[in-house]
Design a protein around this ligand. Structure first.
Ligand code: SF4
Length: 332
């Protein structure tokens, strides 16, 4: 949906019309302007023509029904994927994309293989949340949190991402608390520094995936530009400025980054940092083999014994290729 057009369309209307429209779009989650009877018919007709509410999408649901993946068709015919994760405790998280494809070429990631096709607009990012908000409404549920962990590197599309975040957070938008919105980056220094200055207390997640520079460079070409210690220095500045805990994402890949030595090295690097490590089981994209549960548990144990707060995430939506690193539409 092109939300930015709404303001233009309402230019000559009384101010309260915008409130009514926001209420209809973001709170009532109307799917058709005809249903928004608070608006005069003539305005509804204009909105129908110039800002249609339909969101063209195809859905796949995982066998366990805990993951729903939507393939959304954009106005230029390109496709993106967005994922709803339904947690056991009833929370619903939407994993949004910020680009069609991605230029970062991480070796474990199907999106990276696509290369960058284009960046998404703020409207296209917001539409992903709206799509699942409407779906959940049918079950009397709502979107509780949003993570920027879908297709693309959010900090290479900073302004559009932040504009979308503001609508997600605003009481006139979805009203999702800033602490329930997370941005994940492969380590773009500029973006981390800018985020530290924002007036929103968002969560920052860093894709680290190795405690060794050489291994990280093999997995993530972005790491050719700097050493892990330089990245951690930027994160120290971020923590000092915000006093917010940073999450380090660590995908465990058999024989590549899951040894005891690497766990110890990671613990050393992160010692005394306000952070949590999220260990993620590798999702098969054909390039590597996932670490076993035993290996993952051992890695976690070493971090914890050394004082590092650690969580572990197994796969969400693996059977529908909706898991971390698996998003690639194959349609563009
Ligand atoms: S992991 Fe993220 S940053 Fe890396 S290629 Fe995939 S989408 Fe891009």
């Amino acid at each position: 949906m092109e939300f930015s057009k709404i303001t233009e369309l309402l230019a000559g209307e009384p101010k309260y019309r915008l409130t009514q429209v926001n209420q209809a779009v973001f709170s009532d989650l109307a799917e058709n302007w005809d249903d928004v009877t608070a608006l005069p018919k003539i305005l509804r007709e204009r909105l129908k023509k110039e800002c249609p509410m339909e969101i063209p999408a195809e859905i796949s649901v995982s066998a366990g029904e805990d993951t729903v993946k939507a393939l959304l068709k954009l106005s230029d015919g390109k496709f993106i994927e967005t994922v709803l994760m339904r947690h056991e405790d009833g929370r619903n998280t939407v994993c949004v994309s910020s680009m069609v494809g991605c230029p970062m070429k991480c070796a474990f990631c199907a999106t990276g293989e696509m290369g960058l096709m284009r960046k998404l607009t703020a409207d296209e990012i917001i539409t992903q949340v709206l799509f699942f908000a409407r779906l959940l409404k049918k079950e009397n549920e709502r979107v509780g949190s949003v993570v920027f962990m879908g297709m693309g590197e959010p900090f290479l599309n900073y302004d559009n991402v932040m504009n979308a975040v503001r609508t997600m957070n605003s009481p006139e938008g979805f009203g999702i608390g800033a602490r329930h919105i997370s941005i994940s980056t492969c380590g773009i220094f500029d973006g981390i520094k800018k985020l530290a200055k924002e007036d929103l207390a968002l969560n920052l997640a860093i894709s680290l995936h190795s405690s060794d520079d050489e291994v990280r460079r093999q997995l993530m070409p972005v790491a050719h530009g700097y050493e892990i210690t330089e990245l951690l220095a930027v994160i120290d500045e971020y923590i000092a400025a915000t006093n917010r805990k940073v999450m380090f994402e660590y995908l465990l890949i058999s024989g590549v980054n899951d040894t005891d030595e690497m766990a110890l090295e990671l613990a050393k690097l992160l010692k005394n940092k306000l952070c949590v490590v999220n260990l993620i089981q590798y999702n098969d994209t054909g390039a590597f083999i996932a670490s076993s549960h035993n290996r993952m548990n051992r890695f976690k144990e070493i971090l914890e014994v050394n004082g590092i707060q650690t969580t572990m995430r197994y796969r969400f939506g693996r059977d529908i290729k909706g898991a971390c690193g698996q998003l690639a539409t194959g349609r563009n």
